[in-house]
Design a protein around this ligand. Structure first.
Ligand SMILES: Cc1cc2nc3c(=O)[nH]c(=O)nc-3n(C[C@H](O)[C@H](O)[C@H](O)COP(=O)(O)OP(=O)(O)OC[C@H]3O[C@@H](n4cnc5c(N)ncnc54)[C@H](O)[C@@H]3O)c2cc1C
Length: 438
């Protein structure tokens, strides 16, 4: 198909969500001389950490190198999981975590879901929060059987309200025969990512928290018992530091960079569809993802008019038109009835995968960090930011399960994921093989 058949004349290579809130620096806040806690990174994690610190009476300053919301927090798909993705590697496979720890991780992930729901209500954030559940399509019958085995644990540890949907009933969930049935997880939601971000930003501003946009932290050095941070707009002395840079973690923190594999993810949004078509695609308006190693995730826009379709068109940042074409192919494979619907937006952002496929919070060289969304971080990074703040304030009731254990690195990985296109190609081939042999 020609580009003119896929892309709408008003096509823009920016997130659909930015129509409602576009990242902006606003009036620049001066870098203060000192603060109790300096937070590096102004995404969900950084804002949530500052908010919780303020509730605990601790002053904090957020440093964001770009506009406010420049990172993944205004670019994501807006599907909020209640922990179902915990322990899955970027290939989509489950990683080995001992059952007792897995139980606690899932239970904390369930708390993350409760926290975001509470926060949205408490701060009256208007972000199209819709608790409609998620359908995870099984790519092969074997994947369906694996999902079935996980049901009890999900329902026990995370109260997920999960159940299986056989292939014969799949059309109750999705107007497609692409999958071999799948799993419904009732305790999942969707929201408007950049309006949720804006709501957190407004909540921080209401509390008078200093948020310094366009203030890249360029060096962090010891200063007595605390820290000195040199930013592109001045120097600040801080008692503690929180690193909340997730998929944008760079050379500033080399030890953390070696533990994070930044992987690009891409999304398209279609033009508004005919009402009958829009209403038929995902009749219960759930979020959808699948069990493929190179998975796709999609949903209807909050107003129900557009398909918002994401996946790994490439494993690294790539041209919006190229990624748009690839995702259009993936979308019409699942929904042939969408051929002819034109794409109005195509965009990309970085997720942060870890070598054990788990999110982590903790301390490295004296710096606090909360990192590693593994592709699913709206609730999780909000939660880990909050938990990091509670740890600093010494008010955590119990240690967070994501703060336990080692944050692994690998002797051959220095933070440059040059190998991702090769790995991506390998996983795509394995997905095809799985299906051929099914
Ligand atoms: C395309 C895409 C789709 C996704 N879909 C979903 C989904 O459907 N559901 C879900 O749960 N999750 C999803 N995610 C993941 C989710 O968006 C992230 O987990 C979450 O936004 C991470 O928040 P954060 O605050 O940790 O990081 P970010 O929002 O990425 O913020 C980190 C910030 O740190 C800043 N920074 C970096 N270095 C410095 C420095 N030296 N000085 C100052 N600032 C610095 C960056 O500019 C950036 O703004 C998706 C992500 C992407 C990219």
């Amino acid at each position: 198909m020609r580009n003119s058949e896929i892309f709408h004349p008003d096509f823009t290579p920016t997130p659909y969500w930015w129509e409602a809130y576009r990242p902006a620096a606003g009036t620049l806040v001066d870098v203060p001389k000192e603060t109790r806690v300096a937070i590096v990174g102004g995404g969900y994690a950084g804002l949530a950490a500052a908010l919780e610190l303020s509730k605990q009476g601790i002053d904090a300053v957020i440093f964001e190198r770009g506009a406010l919301g420049a990172g993944a927090s205004t670019r994501n798909g807006g599907s909020v999981s209640g922990g179902v993705n915990v322990g899955k590697s970027f290939s989509g496979r489950a990683t080995s975590v001992d059952p007792e720890r897995a139980h606690r991780l899932l239970s904390d992930a369930a708390d993350a879901f409760a926290l975001i729901e509470r926060l949205i209500a408490e701060e009256a954030i208007e972000c199209a929060w819709q608790k409609r559940g998620r359908f995870v399509g099984a790519w092969t019958p074997a994947h369906f059987a694996t999902q079935e085995k996980r049901l009890a644990r999900l329902n026990d540890a995370a109260q997920s309200g999960a159940y299986m949907v056989p292939r014969e009933r799949q059309r109750d969930e999705i107007a497609s025969d692409y999958y071999y049935g799948g799993m419904v997880v009732e305790r999942s939601a969707s929201l408007h990512p950049s309006l949720y971000y804006k709501g957190l930003l407004d909540a921080c501003r209401r509390r008078g928290i200093a948020i310094c946009a366009e203030a890249a932290v360029e060096a962090i050095t010891r200063n007595g018992a605390g820290w000195r941070l040199d930013t592109s707009r001045g120097t600040v002395i801080a008692g503690e530091v929180v690193v909340a840079t997730n998929g944008y973690t760079g050379k500033l923190t080399p030890a953390l960079r070696r533990r994070i594999v930044p992987i690009a993810s891409h999304i398209i949004a279609t033009e508004p569809l005919a009402p009958d078509l829009a209403g038929s695609l995902i009749p219960k308006r759930r979020s959808i993802s699948d069990t493929k190693r190179v998975l796709c995730y999609y949903r209807m826009s909050p107003d129900g008019t557009r398909m918002v379709f994401g996946g790994r068109a490439r494993f690294n940042p790539a041209d919006a038109l190229l990624c748009g074409r690839v995702l259009y192919g993936y979308m019409t494979e699942r929904f042939p009835q969408l051929r002819g619907a034109r794409v109005t937006h195509s965009w990309t952002g970085n997720t942060a995968f870890t070598l054990d496929a788990l999110p982590h919070m903790g301390e490295e060289g004296g710096l606090n960090y909360c990192l590693g969304c593994n592709g699913s971080g709206i609730a999780m990074m909000t939660y880990l930011g909050t938990q990091t703040a509670r740890k600093i304030a010494r008010v955590a009731n119990a240690p967070c399960a994501f703060g336990e254990g080692e944050f692994p690195d690998h002797p051959l990985y220095t933070g440059n994921p040059w190998f991702l296109p090769l790995v991506g190609g390998w996983y795509r081939m394995r997905d095809r093989l799985d299906r051929m042999l099914a």
